[in-house]
Write a protein that binds this ligand. Sequence first.
Ligand code: SAM
Length: 144
Amino acid sequence: MRVRVCVVGKPRLEYARLGLEEYAGRLRKGRKFELVHVREGTQAQEGERLLEASQGFVRVVLDERGQPVDTLTLHKKLTQWEMTGEKVAFLIGGAEGHAEETRAQAHWLLSLSKLTLQHELALVVLLEQLYRVETIRRGEPYHR
Ligand SMILES: C[S@@+](CC[C@H](N)C(=O)[O-])C[C@H]1O[C@@H](n2cnc3c(N)ncnc32)[C@H](O)[C@@H]1O
């Protein structure tokens, strides 16, 4: 299955760059994984760019107001989409968060926690969770 992560801007923080490298590297060995950075701008411009980058994909919009899930639920959702041949895109907003229009286009509004995370940190957490799901899919002992 094709999984794309669309994120506003490129990570500037060193820890985020390292986390991104680590988990994006691991993910590229599994499912068809793509990372798309869209240019920063106004909230509306960023929203348009995120929607354009995820055209034709099931859109999972990451937002603290979304549905909180555990890793096994995320795994189940991805498996369902894989079985129906969908491509899935995860959208991470910029410093101002997502525009209302972006949220309105979500197939699923997903929360990583109730806490507001800096967007580069949210990206690293998402990638680690996608990697965790991948290891569950492959029956590897990473997830406990
Ligand atoms: C700094 S946050 C934006 C905060 C903004 N005040 C808001 O109301 O959304 C930047 C991006 O990181 C992601 N993010 C931050 N915390 C999150 C969380 N708890 N769950 C899911 N995504 C989160 C979202 O994609 C969000 O658009």
